[in-house]
Design a binder for this molecule. Sequence first.
Ligand SMILES: NC(=O)c1ccc[n+]([C@@H]2O[C@H](COP(=O)([O-])OP(=O)(O)OC[C@H]3O[C@@H](n4cnc5c(N)ncnc54)[C@H](O)[C@@H]3O)[C@@H](O)[C@H]2O)c1
Length: 255
Amino acid sequence: MLSNRLAGKVALVTGIGSGIGQGCALMFARHGAQVMGCDIDAAAAEATLSAGQAQSLALASVHPCDLTDPEAVRRVVEATVERYGRLDVLVNAAAFGAFAWIHEMDYLSHWKATLTGELDIVFLACKAAWPHLIRRGGSIINFASANAFVALEGSGALAHCAGKGGVLAMTRQLAMEGAPYGLRANTISPAMIVTGATKPVLEIPGFKENVLRKLMLKRLGQPEDVAWCATFLASDESSWITAADFAVDGGATAW
Ligand SMILES: NC(=O)c1ccc[n+]([C@@H]2O[C@H](COP(=O)([O-])OP(=O)(O)OC[C@H]3O[C@@H](n4cnc5c(N)ncnc54)[C@H](O)[C@@H]3O)[C@@H](O)[C@H]2O)c1
C-alpha cells in the first residue's frame, strides 16, 4: 500500500475494465480504500481484479453490469454496501459515446446513445448511491472533459461535447443539493488520456500530433495522471472543495 490517504473509505468506481476507471480503482486501493468496481465488460473487469489481487489490494467487482439499466445500478450499489457496510465515494468513470459529423449523425444511434452513455449513466449511479453517500458526507467524482470547454478539432464530437457540458453543469447542481449533508461533488476535465476509448483515434494519421501541439506539457495523459487528482478529491484533503472543476489536461485549455 502506498499510503493511508483513503483509509476507512469505501469507494464505488464504475468502468474499472479500462482506462481512467481502472486507474482510479487501483490507485484508490493502493491508498487504503476498499473499492467496489463494475463494468459491462466482464473480461476487462476480471483483468483489473487480477491486477489488484496481484498487489493484495482490497478490490471487488460486479460484472457484467449495464449501468444504463436502473435495476442493474441499484444492484451494484447494494452489493457495495452489503460487502463493505457503507459507501463514501462514487467515481463515475464508465461511459460510452458515438462520434459522427452532424450531417451524418443519426438521432438514435449517435445522439441519443451518447447522451445515455455520458449523462444517464452518471445520473443513475448518483441517484442510486445518494442515500448512502449523504449519510456521512461523501464525495462524487464525475468526468467532464476539455471538450466541455473547447471544440474537438478533427472529430465529430457534437454529442460528446453536449454530454460533457451536461456532466459539468449537473455536477454543480449535485454539489448544491448535497452540501447540506456534507456531500461534495466535483468534476475532473481531462484532455487526451491514453485509454481503451482513445487508443484507436490516436492511430489516425496526424491526430496525435495535433493533440500534442495543443498541450503545454508535450506528452499525452495517462490514467494515473487523472487518478492522482481523483485520489485527492476522494480524500479528506479536499474537504472544503465542492462544485469545482479540475483541468487535468497538460495546459490544453489554458492557451
Ligand atoms: N480518455 C480521455 O481522453 C478522456 C478525456 C476526457 C474525458 N474522459 C472521460 O473519462 C471517463 C473515462 O474514460 P476512459 O477513456 O477511461 O473510457 P474507456 O472507454 O477506456 O473505459 C470506460 C469503461 O466503461 C465501461 N462501460 C461502458 N459502458 C458501460 C455500461 N453501460 N455499463 C457499465 N460499464 C460500461 C467500458 O466497458 C469501459 O471499461 C469517461 O467519462 C470519458 O468521457 C476521457
